[in-house]
Design a protein around this ligand. Sequence first.
Ligand code: AMP
Length: 438
Amino acid sequence: MTQFTQLGLAEPILQALNAEGYTEPTPIQAEAIPALLAGRDLLGTAQTGTGKTAAFTLPILNTIVRTGTRPQPKSCTALILAPTRELALQIAESVTTYGRHVRPRIAVVMGGVKPGAQIRAMKGGVDVLIATPGRLLDHMNTGAIRLDGLKTVVLDEADQMMDLGFLPGIRKILNATPKDRQTALLSATMPKPIRALAHDFLTDPVQVSVAPVARPIEQIDQTVQFLDKPQKLERLVKVLSQPGVTSAIVFTRTKHGADKVCRRLNKAELAAVAIHGNKSQNQRQRALDGFKAFRSNILVATDIAARGIDIDGVSHVVNYELPNVPESYVHRIGRTARAGATGTAIAFCDAEERPLLKDIERLIGYRLAVTDENGKIEHPSKPFSEEPRGRSHKPGGGQKSGSQAARGSGQRSASQRRRNRRRRSARKGGTQGAAAQA
Ligand code: AMP
C-alpha cells in the first residue's frame, strides 16, 4: 500500500496530513497526486467521499512550497471552480487545513454575499482562488481579478456546474487563462458536454476513475416505504423520532417543501434546520455549521444545496420526495455511510412517484426492500426486472435486512440469475398474486 510519504509531497504538507491522521492516500489520491506533481493534466471521474479534494489540493500546495513565488496584485496562481457556495467554502476549509504550515493566501469568491470583501481579498493577489463561476466572471469583468498569470485550474464537480448552466461561463473563464496552464477536471459523471469540455481544454490528461455513480455504497441499508402523499409529514416525524437516528439529512424536491418539512419537525420538537437556494449565504452556512457541530441533528435540504457537502457521521438519509433524476438518489444516499461507516437510507414513495422509483431501481440494478412504517421488512430487495413487484413474494417471507438483501443482489451469482429466469417463466404461466406493490 502506498503511503503519503512516497508521493513526493513537501514536508509541511506531510506534517498537516499527519495531524489529520491520514497516512495512506485514497485510490484517487494515489493516482492523481503523482500525475499532477509531474505537471500532467487530470480527468477524474469521482464523486464526493473519494478524497478528491485533497487529490487536487495537495499538488497545488506543493507547488506553492516548491516555487515560493508570490502572485501579482489582482491575480491568482491557482483557481478552483466549484458549483455551489457550500462546496466552495468546504474546499477553502480543506486548503486551509492541508496548508496550515504552508499558509497560502486564499480567497473565496461566490454569489449571495456582497462583493466588497472579495475584491479586497484579491487586491494584493492570492495563491489559491476558490470560486463559483458566475461571481468570478463578475469580478473579471470589473477588473478585480485577472487570470493571465495563473498556473493551475481545477474544475470540481463539473457535471453539477453543467446542470446549473455554467458551461458557457466556464469556457469564458478558461479562455482568459494562459494556454500552458495545468488543468484538472473532476466530475461524478462524464456526460457528452463534459467530455467535450475536457477535449477542448485538457492536454493529454491522465484519466482516473473511482467509484462510478451507478453503484451505491454497499454499507447503506436502503429501504422504501409506500404511502400516500398526505401521510408523509407524520411518517417523517415517526421515522426521525426513533432512537437510532443520531443525525439525518432529509431531501425534498423543492425549497418550499424543505421549509414546510422543517416547520413540521420543529413543531414536533425535533432539531431541524433547512438549507436551500432561497436562504441567504449566512443562513445556509449557519445551518450547516449547526448541523456539523450537532447543535441540530436534522438537515432538510434540496439537491443543489446539499450536493458536494461532506459531513461525517450522518446516520440516516430520508428521501422525503424522490428525485426526478435517478442519479440524484445515489448522490443523496451517499451522504451517509461515509468513511467506511454504515448508514441507513429510507425513501418515501407515493403513488405518483412510482415511475421515479422504477427509474432509480433500474439504475441501481435492484428493487429496494419495502418496509412498513416501523421499518419491518415486507418485501426484501431483489434484482430489478421490468415486471411488477409482489407476484413472486410470499408476504412476510425472507426477513432479511435491507443491507443484506442489497448486498446479495449486488453480487448475483449465475445460479441466482438462473433461478430468477425460472421464476419469471413460471410466473408467465401463472395467474395468481395481485401486483400488490406495483
Ligand atoms: P472528498 O471526497 O474530498 O469530499 O473527501 C471525503 C472525506 O475523506 C473528507 O472528510 C476528507 O477529509 C477525507 N479524506 C481525504 N483523504 C483522506 C485520506 N487519505 N485518508 C482518510 N481520509 C481522507
